[in-house]
Design a protein around this ligand. Structure first.
Ligand SMILES: [Zn+2]
Ligand SMILES: [Zn+2]
Length: 223
């Protein structure tokens, strides 16, 4: 069952990729908002994605924001005899810092981003459940905007004691090589304020024009 578009997308991408990676085994993906870090049943393995980027949306004030520090927790288990495995997943939410409501909404992620995150999950699955060499983990830098400092007081993961927002050296390295891309993203990020300032100027000049026209109209009728 899909509870949202993002959940559907996650399941779709995961099932497609698992079908290719492990065609003989059947895997299921379950969204579990009550998953706790390091609390594992026997045989279960954990994978923590600490630098996912995602978009959040507040249904109260319509504010949307982007975070490059989204934490996603996965617990996974493979039943070798049944050839069946399951993954439980929890996306840690962020509070809206515009209206300050204690409303935690589901984050939505871009599809390309989900692909990367599922690749990382499968790499970890191969390593921990199949004892294989899973290969390299992917860090999706292209869709990583310059979103400023992480606000721990609004982050569910930070509140539960997960230290995640300090970028690792590897990340900094990659960001340096992709600085061109992140610079253009930064400009996009500040675009919103610039845009609203432009609109203010536009409305101000429109008002001036109306006042001017009114005056000139009156002058012409009195002459
Ligand atoms: Zn809000
Ligand atoms: Zn945090």
């Amino acid at each position: 069952m899909c509870t949202s578009l993002t959940t559907c997308e996650w399941k779709k991408v995961f099932y497609e990729k698992m079908e290719v990676a492990k065609p003989a085994d059947s895997w299921e993906l379950i969204i579990d908002p009550n998953l706790k870090p390091n609390e594992l049943a026997p045989g279960w393995k954990q994978y923590l994605e600490q630098h996912a980027s995602g978009r959040f949306h507040c249904t109260w004030c319509w504010h949307t924001w982007q975070s490059a520090n989204v934490v996603i927790l996965f617990h996974m288990y493979l039943d070798r005899a049944q050839r069946a495995g399951s993954v439980r997943m929890r996306v840690f939410k962020q509070l809206c810092y515009e209206c300050g409501t204690a409303r935690l909404d589901e984050s939505s992620m871009l599809e390309e981003n989900i692909e990367c995150l599922v690749d990382n999950l499968i790499t970890s699955l191969r390593e921990q459940c199949y004892e294989e060499d899973g290969g390299q983990y992917r860090i999706h830098v292209a869709s990583r905007p310059d979103s400023g400092p992480h606000r721990s007081e609004f982050c569910e993961a930070c509140q539960e004691g997960i230290v995640h927002w300090k970028p690792s050296e590897k990340l900094l390295e990659e960001e340096a090589t992709f600085s061109g891309a992140s610079k253009s993203r930064a400009r996009e990020g500040s675009g919103y304020n610039f845009f609203s300032l432009r609109w203010c100027l536009f409305w101000a000049s429109l008002c001036l024009l109306v006042v001017y026209l009114q005056f000139s109209f009156r002058r012409s009728t009195f002459l």
